[in-house]
Design a protein around this ligand. Structure first.
Ligand SMILES: Cc1ncc(COP(=O)(O)O)c(C=O)c1O
Length: 406
């Protein structure tokens, strides 16, 4: 029997945060207490009204195949809501329902990129972009960020340097995982101008668009000339605590959405039927559930930020969106003489039970990158546990610091 797998698999990456989960599960199984900050999952239940709607649909027999583009009711309410929030006009033809937000990434790449085409994407960024670009034979063009007083901004020089006539796609994630960063208007205008000048397609990954602790979000699709070259990645996962339901959508030009539907027929036939009725309720029903999810996340953000901010050797800013903090821990890293990011993560897990992802889980660090960052996701841990964990974390590093004093 032949045992070698297809050679293209050498190009397929993964979401390395899941590897952290496995390590953490093993550590926990040995009887250790773990404070989980590593995975962007949510330990808050999906709002009751959404569960009831899906349950009703299940009981009503919505258990068979349904259109590969999604049920018309959900496409209509998505077109209305996404259009209203972004001040653009959309109809059902612009919407293809997906089993989660993630499938939009591979469909965007498969539909628009030929082997050898260049794709700009964020690094640090969601790891699936790079995996899918490489898997489908594209040229990865990772762009980095520069720290600014209240966040990070895209390294524009680097983008302009990498872009050439082979570049075809720009992947943009605002509001950003893992940094919690967001573009100001100037940055958005610059991207809109760039992609139009170079005639690029843009994937606007808006997974965290509705996780805003104050003010209103802004999408690049609202800028002049952008709607016809943008695909929005929409997901119910974060806003409605529905990560395991697998429900999202691609929103873009109607002719391109037909290609997305064809790819869907080949891959998954359709999105789970009864779950889409939960999606309709999520968008049109009582919003108390999503509001209380947001209120709980805000309490966690404030608590975690407060604790980290008072720690010696940690510097960070407080994002207004997402559920991530991305502190600079360079001093702590050197204090415990970590040999690598993985070494730092493992030591801290072993000594404190605090589990997080490092900057390395979001792309290969640039050669000139000397600061060390980690990502705390506070979506899966309660305020009392945040407080308890940060006391242990702080105490551990204070002890290490005392040991290094003469
Ligand atoms: C930036 C970003 N895009 C897309 C996704 C995928 O979302 P979903 O779980 O709906 O597939 C995630 C999930 O963590 C994300 O952080």
């Amino acid at each position: 029997m032949k045992t070698d797998f297809a050679s293209r698999l050498t190009k397929l990456g993964t979401e390395t945060a899941f590897a952290v989960s496995q390590h953490v599960a093993e550590f926990e199984a040995e009887g250790n207490k773990v404070y989980p900050f590593h995975l962007g999952d949510i330990n808050i239940p999906t709002p009751e009204n959404i569960m009831e709607a899906a349950n009703r649909a299940l009981q009503d027999g919505k258990t068979g195949y349904n259109p590969s583009v999604g049920i018309p009711q959900l496409r209509d309410v998505l077109a209305e809501k996404i259009g209203n929030e972004r001040d653009i006009s959309l109809s059902r033809e612009n919407v293809v329902v997906q089993p989660g937000g993630k499938p939009v990434i591979s469909k965007f790449i498969q539909a628009l990129m030929n082997p050898g085409d260049g794709v700009l994407y964020p690094n640090p960024g969601y790891p699936i972009y790079e995996s899918q670009i490489e898997f489908h034979g594209g040229i990865p063009l990772p762009y980095d960020y520069i720290p600014k007083p209240n966040g990070f901004s895209i390294n524009r020089d680097r983008v302009e340097e990498m872009i050439d006539t082979n570049t075809r796609l720009f992947i943009y994630n605002n509001y950003q995982n893992p940094m919690g960063g967001e573009s100001d208007l100037d940055e958005m205008d610059w991207i809109a101008d760039l992609v139009q000048r170079h005639d690029l397609w843009l994937l606007s990954d808006e997974a965290y668009f509705n996780i805003q602790y104050s003010g209103k979000p802004k999408s690049i699709v609202s800028l002049p000339g952008m709607q016809e070259r943008t695909v929005i990645l929409y997901t119910f996962s974060k806003t409605y605590a529905m990560t395991g339901w697998r429900l999202g959508a691609a929103i873009g030009p109607a002719n391109l959405m037909k290609i997305f539907a064809k790819l869907g027929v080949n891959d998954e036939s359709c999105t789970n039927h009864f779950i889409q009725y939960g999606g309709v309720e999520a968008l049109t029903g009582n919003q108390e559930g999503s509001q209380s999810i947001l209120a709980e996340l805000k309490k966690r953000r404030d608590s975690l930020y407060g604790k980290l901010n008072e720690m010696e050797g940690v510097s960070l800013y407080i994002p207004n969106s997402t559920f991530y903090l991305f502190p600079d821990v360079t001093d702590l890293y050197h204090q415990i003489e970590a040999k690598s990011y993985e070494d730092f993560r493992s030591i801290v897990l072993r000594e404190t039970g605090v589990s997080f992802c490092t900057r390395e889980h979001f792309g290969t660090p640039q050669p000139n990158e000397d600061r060390k960052y980690i990502r705390f996701a506070y979506s899966g841990i309660s305020v009392p546990e945040i407080e308890e964990s940060m006391a242990i974390f702080q105490e551990y590093f204070e002890r290490q610091h005392a040991l290094t004093l003469p």
